[in-house]
Design a binder for this molecule. Structure first.
Ligand SMILES: Cc1ncc(COP(=O)(O)O)c(C=O)c1O
Length: 358
C-alpha cells in the first residue's frame, strides 16, 4: 500500500486561517493596500502569447541581483521565501542532520526541515523573546546543517544584531545559516553588505510584504555562488511564473511606492505601541510591520470584538511562549486610525463585560 514517508506522516498540517477574510486584514502581515500602480499597469499589458511560453527567468534574476548589489550567480528567484526555505532543506538536509530554530518563529522552517527527516531542535527565546545567543551556540553540533533565523522575527518583531548572526555562521561552518529578511524594509537593517564575510550565509528577501505582492509569489535567495548552483539543481526553472517575472522589474523600480508605504507603517507602529502603553497592555517593541501583544484570557474576546468592528487580527496563542498573544499588522495612516479607534472600543467593551462578571 502506498504510504507517505514517516517524516511526512508525523508533520502537522499548516492550515492558515485564510477563509472569510472580509474587512481590514491586519492578520497576515501583508501589505494592506496592494502593490505599486506600475505593477498593475504591467499586468494589464501582458499578452496571451507571453503566457503561452515557458517563462525565462534569467533577465529578471539579473535585475534582482543588481537590485541587491550581487552577481546573478549568487541569486535565485523563488516562488516566495517559502520555496527558498524548501530548497535549502532539500539541498542540505538528510535524515540524521540537525536544524536549529529559535522559537517562537515562522512555521515553515520546521515543516520543510522535518519533512526531510532531519531533526529540528527548537531553542526557546529568553525572557521577553530575547535572542538566546549562548543557548543557540551550545546546540550547534557536527550534525548541524541548517540554522534558520527570521530577522526581524515573526511573530515577535524582534531583531538580532548582525554581529551575532555572523558569529553564529562562523561557529557552524558545516551548516547553512539562513537569515530570512522578509520584513527588512520595515527594520532597515540587513546583513547583505557583509554576507561575503562568511561562506555559509544565505539571505532571503520577499516581495510579499512591503511590495504588496504576496499573491504573486516572488522571493529572492542570495548565497555563495557554488551553493546557489547546487540549489538550482533541485529547483524547477519555472517555479517563478511568467506573470511574476514580468512584474518584478516594475515592482523593484518603484522604490518611492515602497518608501511611502513603509513610512506609514512605521508611523502607525509607533502610534499603536504608544496606545498599548497607555492602555497598559503588554507588547513587544517591533521592528517589523506588526506588533505582538499579550491580552491573556481576554484574547479571544478581543479578536471577536475587533472582527465585529471589521478588523481581522491574528491569534498567536499556539506559538511557543505566546499564550494569550495577538499579532496586529500595521497599514496606512488612515487604517491605523481605524485600528486604534476599534482597539479602544474593544478594550473598553471587554473591561465592562469583565466588571459585570466580577
Ligand atoms: C519570517 C517570514 N518569512 C517568510 C514568510 C513568507 O514569505 P513568502 O510569502 O515570500 O513565502 C513569512 C510570511 O509570513 C514570514 O513571516
Amino acid at each position: 500500500m502506498l504510504r507517505p514517508r514517516d517524516a511526512v506522516k508525523s508533520l502537522p498540517l499548516y492550515h492558515p486561517p485564510l477563509a472569510g477574510r472580509e474587512g481590514l486584514r491586519l492578520d497576515f502581515n501583508e501589505n494592506t493596500v496592494g502593490c505599486s500602480p506600475r505593477v498593475l499597469a504591467c499586468l494589464r499589458e501582458l499578452s496571451g502569447e507571453a503566457l503561452a511560453r515557458y517563462p525565462e527567468n534569467q533577465p529578471a534574476e539579473a535585475l534582482a541581483a543588481g537590485h541587491l548589489g550581487i552577481n546573478s550567480e549568487e541569486l535565485l528567484l523563488t516562488n516566495g521565501t517559502d520555496e527558498a526555505i524548501h530548497l535549502l532543506c532539500e539541498t542540505f538536509l538528510e535524515p540524521g542532520h540537525e536544524v536549529l530554530i529559535v522559537v517562537p518563529t515562522f512555521s515553515m522552517y520546521e515543516i520543510y526541515a522535518a519533512a526531510t527527516g532531519a531533526k529540528v531542535i527548537q531553542v526557546p527565546a529568553g525572557k521577553d523573546f530575547a535572542f538566546p545567543f549562548d543557548e543557540l551556540l551550545a546546540r550547534i553540533t557536527a550534525n548541524t546543517r541548517l540554522i534558520a533565523i527570521a530577522n526581524p522575527n515573526n511573530p515577535t518583531g524582534t531583531l538580532v544584531p548582525c554581529d551575532l548572526l555572523l558569529k553564529i555562521a562562523r561557529r557552524a561552518p558545516q551548516s547553512a545559516l539562513l537569515v530570512d529578511e522578509a520584513y527588512y524594509e520595515f527594520s532597515g537593517e540587513t546583513l547583505l553588505p557583509r554576507w561575503r564575510d562568511v561562506p555559509n550565509l544565505f539571505i532571503a528577501r520577499t516581495l510579499s510584504k512591503a511590495y504588496g505582492l504576496a499573491g504573486l509569489r516572488v522571493g529572492m535567495l542570495a548565497g555563495p555562488r557554488q551553493h546557489i548552483e547546487a540549489i538550482r539543481k533541485v529547483s524547477s526553472p519555472y517555479s517563478v511564473n511568467a506573470v511574476a517575472l514580468a512584474c518584478l522589474p516594475a515592482a523593484l523600480a518603484d522604490q518611492d511606492y515602497v518608501r511611502h508605504y513603509v513610512e506609514q507603517v512605521c508611523h502607525g507602529r509607533a502610534e499603536l505601541e504608544r496606545e498599548l502603553e497607555e492602555l497598559r497592555i503588554p507588547f513587544w517593541p517591533s521592528r517589523a510591520n506588526f506588533v505582538l501583544m499579550r491580552l491573556g484570557a481576554l484574547s479571544s474576546a478581543f479578536i471577536s470584538g475587533m472582527r465585529k468592528r471589521g478588523i481581522l487580527v491574528r491569534d498567536r496563542s499556539s506559538d511557543f511562549g505566546c499564550q494569550g498573544c495577538v499579532r496586529i499588522t500595521l497599514g496606512t495612516l488612515a487604517q491605523t486610525e481605524q485600528l486604534l479607534a476599534a482597539l479602544r472600543q474593544t478594550v473598553e467593551e471587554i473591561k465592562v463585560a469583565e466588571a459585570n462578571l466580577a
